[in-house]
Design a protein around this ligand. Structure first.
Ligand code: NCD
Ligand code: ZN
Length: 344
């Protein structure tokens, strides 16, 4: 039995850092383990222009504690008014690594997202031309579509038509939660990638709803049936280059989670790597953790893998149940079992 695992330093291809006091509190937890992260732009107001992304990047770097080495990979929030020339300039300067598509109303802070997909066609065509990836929150928002079906319906009604009408567009299916998404991604060429979160490898919908409601397991897309979780586990541990880690670590204060209408999001930054080591070991795939967390993402984004490494050791780690922020406590995701692996 292996007791030590050294991998190339991982990257997080989907992360919410927020801003201000919350960002200062959560950023060190990601920077401690990850070299780079794709930073989600769903601030209030959202990060829409290149200038806003530059300002946000500067604030992140200013909040990074002395001595920590971390590179934020910035994204732009796609709106129906997004200017294709501004997107192209932000990409050409090296600042922006992806554009994020939120269907209007799909999730936290997505009110400025896209309702009429025809209106973003010029931006998508420019992105295909310059090779800038589109990160997609893949859920339809129609009230008559069951929340557990929204990802599968999105693939048929929105994602596949967008890809067919924009040949060459590089697309990341973000935080996939269904076997439908795994099957779709598996059948595509290398213009398509898919991120998988840590928590969706661990919980199914029973964890949220059986035996009392558990707001800290509520995130979007919502966790599905067990058969879907198992499909995600097979995809993540397969080594298939299309699948890579995007934690979607999404901090909300406990006060905002524990409401009659609580926020969606699981905060997994502190213990993600410990949980993943255990998940991959449970599936006899510890040797493929590096592909999922450190190799497949850079390959999709056309970036070098990290020079540095991360070592995990078989010892029980000590993670706090919650972290303190100036806005109040934020609960750390609890996998529901004791952890075996520590980042050392
Ligand atoms: C995210 C957030 O809180 O910003 N929430 C979540 O449940 N994942 C938004 C998102 O990625 O959907
Ligand atoms: Zn997210």
């Amino acid at each position: 039995m292996t007791d030590t695992l050294t991998i190339r330093r991982p990257d997080d291809w989907h992360l919410h850092l927020r801003d201000g006091a919350m960002m200062r509190a959560v950023l060190p937890h990601t920077a401690a383990h990850f070299a780079r992260a794709i930073i989600m732009p769903n601030l209030v107001p959202p990060v829409v222009t290149g200038a806003q992304a530059q300002g946000y990047r500067d604030r992140i770097m200013a909040a990074l504690p002395e001595g920590m080495d971390f590179t934020p990979l910035m994204t732009l929030y796609l709106t129906e008014d997004t200017d294709a020339a501004d997107v192209a300039a932000a990409h050409a300067s090296g600042l922006v690594k992806a554009v994020k598509l939120y269907p209007a109303g799909a999730t936290t802070n997505s009110a400025s997202g896209v309702a009429n997909f025809d209106r973003v066609r010029p931006v998508l065509e420019k992105m295909a031309e310059i090779g800038l990836p589109l990160c997609v929150h893949g859920e339809v928002t129609e009230a008559d579509i069951d929340i557990f079906d929204r990802e599968a319906v999105f693939i048929d009604r929105v994602l596949d038509p967008i890809r067919r009408s924009t040949p060459g567009l590089r697309v990341v299916m973000e935080h996939i939660t269904t076997s439908d998404a795994v099957d779709y991604a598996s059948a595509q060429d290398d213009t398509l990638g898919a991120t998988i979160t840590t928590h969706h490898l661990v919980i199914n919908r029973n964890h949220i709803l059986a035996g009392g409601i558990k707001p800290h397991y509520y995130c979007l897309p919502v966790a599905k049936r067990e058969e879907h979780r198992l499909a995600l586990r097979r995809a993540a541990t397969s080594g298939d280059a299309r699948f890579f880690l995007g934690t979607d670590s999404a901090p909300h204060t406990d006060a905002n989670k524990l409401l009659p209408c609580g926020c969606a999001g699981c905060f997994t930054a502190p213990n993600t790597m410990s949980i993943l080591a255990q998940v991959f070991e449970q599936d006899a795939a510890l040797d493929r953790l590096e592909a999922f967390a450190s190799l497949n993402g850079p390959a999709f984004y056309g970036l070098p893998v990290n020079d540095t490494t991360l070592t995990l050791t078989r010892t029980a780690p000590a993670y706090p149940a919650h972290i303190d922020t100036e806005d109040g406590p934020v609960t750390v995701f609890d996998p529901g079992w004791p952890l075996d692996w520590s980042v050392t």
